[in-house]
Ligand binder design. Structure first.
Ligand code: HEM
Length: 216
């Protein structure tokens, strides 16, 4: 009797490519949001009145009330899509760790940093958004009082570097993966990206210090 040795391969549905696109698009949207968010919060360095005027504009036009929850939703969708690739089982994690050490490949390590920072951002970012959006309107005095309380200062000192690392690496990975930078220009882009990340962390630290010295 002849044995059928044909290997049946399930045809690809293409759905995973669409999900990859959506992951990239939501990630790019969140990167743009985080850059704008830092500029808006850092406006307090130009004066308490400047931040309050901008915050008032966002609330009077309902951008905070509608845009805020939309950012929250994008944040969750982005996490759900990226979670498809994060190793959760101990066995998967130890394999990932072994491969990272074995490959001596910087981008593999960057991916590990992305997965770890993602977990911290998921928890702290959700708490932060809930706290701010359920306590509108945003004012520089309220933000300063929160930060001067101490708890939120420590909270932001953890969240700030996590977010900036995640955003910086994400931006670099999007550019590599979707071909915006080539092998030749990769090194230069990496340098630019590191400086950009350092600048954002610095602006964030100066802003926290500014909140600390506002009279509340
Ligand atoms: C949904 C819309 C959001 C609003 C309306 C918002 C608003 C604010 C406000 C008013 C502050 C000043 C501090 C305070 O009042 O406690 C702040 C700081 C901060 N936010 Fe957000 N935020 C949003 C989303 C996010 C997200 C998604 C992240 C990252 C996951 C984030 C990360 C941070 C960080 C790191 C700081 C400290 C900035 C610094 O170092 O000066 N925020 N945000």
């Amino acid at each position: 009797m002849a044995i059928d040795t044909t290997i049946y391969v399930k045809p690809h549905s293409g759905i995973s490519a669409y999900l990859d696109w959506l992951q990239m698009l939501t990630g790019a949207g969140l990167i743009l949001f985080m850059w704008s968010h830092m500029m808006l919060v850092a406006s307090v360095n130009l004066g308490v009145g400047v931040m309050n005027t901008i915050a008032h504009f966002f609330e009077a036009t309902y951008m905070a009330q509608v845009g805020g929850p939309m950012i929250g939703l994008t944040f969750l969708v982005h996490f759900a899509l990226a979670a498809r690739k994060i190793p959760y089982r101990t066995k998967e994690q130890s394999t990932m760790w072994k491969h990272s050490k074995m490959l001596h490949h910087k981008d593999t390590w960057l991916w590990v940093v992305q997965a770890v920072t993602a977990m911290v951002i998921l928890i702290l970012g959700s708490i932060h958004m809930w706290t701010v959006l359920t306590d509108l309107p945003i004012t520089a005095e309220k933000s300063a009082a929160r930060i001067q309380g101490g708890f939120w200062l420590v909270f932001y000192l953890i969240l700030l570097p996590m977010v900036e690392l995640h955003v910086g690496i994400g931006f670099y990975r999007i550019a590599v993966k979707w071909g915006f930078i080539k092998r030749k220009t990769r090194k230069g882009f990496e340098g630019f990206e590191n400086i950009l990340t350092a600048i954002f962390i610095l602006i964030g630290l100066v802003t926290l210090w500014r909140f600390m010295i506002i009279d509340v």
